[in-house]
Design a protein. Structure first.
Length: 77
């Protein structure tokens, strides 16, 4: 789990939401082993952005994180 979620900047509920969303998003993406760290960072950042924006629906957070990753992959090609 990304250590950024443990920063004490978020309530326990928000931290649990971020962790759950990350786990679900991670299961949805296909990664190449050498891209695993970058993928984790991108997903975590997108999840934090959603929580900071006030989104509390896990499905919406996951969808946004996966979409962010898809855009990043297309841009890097």
């Amino acid at each position: 789990m990304p250590k950024r979620f443990e920063s004490q900047a978020y309530s326990p509920e928000a931290t649990r939401l971020m962790k759950d969303a990350f786990e679900e998003a991670w299961l949805k993406v296909k990664i190449v082993e050498q891209d695993a760290d970058l993928t984790r960072q991108l997903l975590a950042s997108a999840i934090i952005d959603q929580v900071n924006a006030g989104v509390q629906d896990r499905d919406k957070i996951v969808a946004a994180a996966v979409a962010t990753l898809a855009v990043a992959r297309n841009v890097s090609r």
